[in-house]
Design a protein around this ligand. Sequence first.
Ligand code: DAS
Length: 363
Amino acid sequence: MGQIWRAYGRLLSVWVLVALCGSLVPERLRAAEPDKPVVWVLATGGTIAGQGESQVASAYKPGTLRVETLLNAIPEIAEVAEVRAEQFAQIASQDMDVATWLRLAKRINALLQEPQVAGVVVTHGTDTQEETAYFLNLTVKSEKPVVMASAMRPPSALGADGARNLYQAIVCAGSAQAVGQGVMIVMDDKIIGADDATKVSTLEAGAFQDPDFGPLGLIYNGRPIFSRHSLKRHTAQSEFDVSELDSLPRVEVVSSYAGATALFIHAAVQAGARGIVIAGVGNGNMSAEMLNAAASAREQGVAIVRSSRIMRGPTTQWNEVDDDALGFVASWYANPYRARILLMLALTQTEDYREIQRMFRQY
Ligand code: DAS
């Protein structure tokens, strides 16, 4: 019995000694606080990196400032994230293209494979931001957050909005709540889903909306607050893989309007388009001349998707046009520019219009 008590006494004295030593270690040398999330910022240009002559000038040059300059404007971000940055491109986003999209998707997928990386922010011009967001929504192969940040006014302007959007985008990209939400656009305190994001104003600071479904949530008090989830397939659930692709099948958008002719459908076919998206009127309708030309293009093996210039509401099957009889596809909630992106990716997998129609119902 005496031996047990002596062993117990030795154990207790060791425990007391360890506790005393711990209390002597200065606070600053104690185990660091839980690591902050590592967030990568890939900069591509746009107004968020723009430069004007003065803070009251309306003219400016987009794609001027480097990403380091943008991050220097938000020193508070160091309290919430460990930010790493790369000047991926430096363009006005009206010059964004498929080759850059493919490079960007591959770079993001490589970064998100690194265990310590929590998320990625892409700074971007607003003009084609919704297209890049939707392309990434279909090609990023991770649940980790990918968030777009842009601006309607350059940093040099009174009331500049880029620093706020960038700060909030990094906060969102580093937050656990944003995992699995698909690609998002954070702008004007709103979290907008890539599956429905649309620029609805040429000048307003709050230029982006989700016309059909409303925002996914908002950024408030330094964190994302989600109020809904997208039901669309995206990111890790997407069937599209661009890892081995350096180009995509050519798809053009042709608008219908009062008096529209077959001119641009013929031109797209002659230019070698593998698919044509009709930016139709109403529920994806087009003039009789266009319809005949589209049917003829379909018979030559060109995929035809009916979408609409109307901002809200789906372009549906089983309406005025007999899609099954013509081998056409209805775009449902994909507007003409998202429909073009989805059709380009669909054509890397199939030319069967029924399979393509399935994809337009799911993505
Ligand atoms: N031209 C616009 C662009 O680069 C500027 C902007 O709004 O970002 O998309």
